[in-house]
Design a protein around this ligand. Structure first.
Ligand code: NDP
Ligand code: GO6
Length: 312
């Protein structure tokens, strides 16, 4: 049996471009959707052309053309969707229902990985408004996948380092603070931080693996299970500076929501569940799940002290 052919939907995005790179790097014949809607977005076009240059096949398809989606999906064995979540007042993830329908009609797909890559939505039935939209939509997509009997793998990737590590988990910035840092509560809740290229590497590992069929794969490598304080310690050691710490209560974080735009309100909800409730680590992985670093011990994942060096 050869390596699966892979179609990436959302390939020019933040995670998607890394998935394309990892798929090509593992020697999969890789197809990337090129949407006519990108129009004059020259950056997206340049990324697509660079994929073609690296050996990927570009496939024209649009979410508003069912036939084009079916034709795209028919070329491959595995479909990976990395569609974006929040965008201002709308949430995009339900657009994936059209992709699910196309995969169902095409009938050839051996594995579908929908756009998940975060907190496990199945554990977030209690989540706060408006942040819960992310989980509700991801669950609606799961329901459609499972009702259509499409073989799947769900990737719970925890915290992308670019959004949660460089900034020492401070909201509203992507860079390390210079002198003061806000701790969420006591800063001791354990979270999981992941390098985005490692997320892509683990994701590609799962696609031909029978152990991950119809399972959730949690990316929870032991050295990257850290509290916010652990992360700050690493930065202080690396940079040779000491930051002044103060504590933000859960009540104050939630109260800050009322003056924020929609996307930031969604973010506040997510930060609350991650840093106060501990939703990434307050459970054992059960029968329906696997842990990526146990499945693939050969992957030398990036530790967060290493990752932080790019910010020095
Ligand atoms: P991006 O915002 O980078 O967008 C990805 C792609 O979505 C775009 O490149 C585009 O595809 C596609 N897209 C956007 N709008 C539309 C539309 N209306 N119709 C069709 N396609 C559209 O996404 P991310 O990489 O940030 O997010 C991917 C996933 O990762 C999401 O599920 C998100 O929730 C999750 N995530 C998790 C994080 C974490 O810390 N765990 C952090 C950030 C995201 P095209 O290439 O065709 O233009
Ligand atoms: C990442 C962010 C960072 C929001 C998830 C607001 C889905 C998930 C860990 O898009 O809303 O400052 O699990 O001010 O399941 C965004 C979202 C993070 C990035 C969270 C995410 C994480 C989505 C911010 C901010 C750095």
């Amino acid at each position: 049996m050869g390596k699966s052919k892979v179609l990436v939907v959302g390939g020019t995005g933040y995670l998607g471009r890394r998935i394309v790179k990892a798929s090509l790097g593992e020697g999969h014949e890789t197809y990337v959707v090129q949407r006519p809607e990108i129009g004059l977005d020259i950056e997206k076009l340049q990324i697509l052309l660079s994929f073609k240059n690296q050996g990927a096949h570009l496939v024209q398809a649009s979410f508003s053309d069912h036939r084009s989606l079916v034709d795209a999906v028919k070329k491959v064995d595995v479909v990976i969707c990395t569609m974006s979540g929040v965008h201002f007042r709308t949430h995009n993830l339900l657009v994936q229902l059209k992709l699910v329908q196309a995969i169902k009609d095409a009938g050839n797909v051996k594995r579908f990985l929908p756009s998940e890559f975060g907190i496990d939505p199945a554990r977030m039935g209690h989540a706060l408004e408006p942040g819960r939209v992310t989980f509700d939509e991801k669950m609606e997509v799961r329901k459609a996948i499972e009702e259509a009997n499409i073989p799947f793998t769900y990737i719970s990737a925890n915290c992308f380092a670019g959004y949660f590590v460089g900034n020492l988990s401070q909201m509203g910035t992507l860079l390390p603070p210079k002198d003061k840092v806000l701790l969420y509560g006591d800063g001791n809740v354990k979270v999981v931080y992941m390098d985005e290229d490692d997320i892509a590497t683990y994701t590609i590992k799962t696609i031909d693996d029978p152990r991950t069929l119809n399972k959730t794969v949690y990316l929870r490598p032991p050295q990257n299970i850290l509290s916010q304080r652990d992360l700050i310690d690493k930065w202080e050691k690396l940079s040779g500076t000491q930051l002044e710490k103060s504590s933000l209560s859960d009540k104050d974080l939630l109260a800050s929501m009322k003056d924020l735009d929609y996307a930031s309100q969604v973010g506040v909800g997510h930060f609350y569940h991650i840093f106060y409730e501990g939703c990434l680590t307050n459970f054992e992985i059960g029968e329906d799940g696997e842990e990526a670093s146990q499945l693939y011990p050969e992957v030398n994942y990036t530790r967060m002290d290493e990752y932080l060096k790019i910010y020095l």
